[in-house]
Write a protein that binds this ligand. Structure first.
Ligand SMILES: N[C@@H](CCC(=O)N[C@@H](CS)C(=O)NCC(=O)O)C(=O)O
Length: 233
């Protein structure tokens, strides 16, 4: 059975998995999840992913959430010799490290500042901004210390997808990160060298920009965690 990917069109974790599948030329069926309709919040969806998060991979009844785990799984199972997830233990460790860094810090700090206030009733605070700069500063340091063209090696790896898609959310809100020169170069290199993969991110960026200009009313979701923005109609 063909792989199925439950994904949202503008979510960085979903985009990274789509980019990996595209780069590895692995056929899959894309199943769009409508976040605005709360399609991921149902009990039926929770059978696939009790975290009620998107994306989810369905490999013939083997359900996997968490985009890092999905990226690692599709490489290991379908393209074990691919450079996207190198087998050399040290290079792989760096890839894994950057994936963890993105999950714990880079995406966590940045998306709280970029994405959350677009969709929900959150402010962009000074503390939030400080956390964005902390994350950028650390990533800049990693790029400097490793001295590679891409985030974990001189070639593209699955870590780049996650970090690029986090960065894309900064670009979406017009955030100036030009003083982080290595990040800027790495990000532009990705765009130039992988235009088809960048298009996946770019289309999502346009959607995010649309939502930023037209904040969605998500009151109907009754989200258990996120406060809905009150929109005057
Ligand atoms: N750690 C997860 C995060 C996935 C995630 O947060 N996805 C968002 C969409 S971009 C989501 O499903 N959020 C659930 C919600 O807001 O209700 C991963 O990397 O897959």
């Amino acid at each position: 059975m063909v792989l199925k990917l439950y994904a949202v069109s503008d979510g960085p974790p979903s985009l990274s998995v789509r980019q990996a599948l595209a780069q590895l030329e692995i056929p899959f069926q894309l199943i769009p999840v409508d976040y605005g309709k709360g399609e991921h919040m149902t009990e039926e969806y929770a059978l696939m992913n009790p975290q009620k998060e998107i994306p989810v991979l369905d490999d013939d009844g083997f359900f996997l959430g968490e985009s890092n785990a999905i990226l690692q799984y599709i490489c290991d199972k379908y393209k074990p010799d691919s450079n996207l997830y190198p087998r050399d233990p040290k290079i792989r460790a760096i890839v894994n490290h950057r994936l963890c860094f993105n999950l714990s810090t880079y995406y966590a700090n940045i998306s709280a500042y970029t994405m959350a206030p677009i969709f929900y009733d959150y402010e962009r605070t000074e503390m939030g901004l400080k956390k964005v700069h902390m994350a950028l500063d650390v990533f800049e340091t990693y790029l400097k210390r490793l001295g590679t063209r891409y985030a974990a090696a001189d070639h593209l790896t699955i870590a780049d997808f996650q970090l690029v898609n986090t960065n894309m959310t900064l670009e979406a809100i017009g955030f100036d990160f030009s003083k982080y020169t290595r990040i800027q170069k790495w990000y532009n290199d990705f765009k130039q060298n992988y235009p088809k993969l960048w298009k996946i991110s770019e289309d999502a960026m346009k959607e995010i920009q649309h939502f930023a200009a037209n904040p969605p009313d998500l009151t109907h979701l009754n989200h258990p965690i996120h406060p809905a923005r009150k929109i005057n109609k």
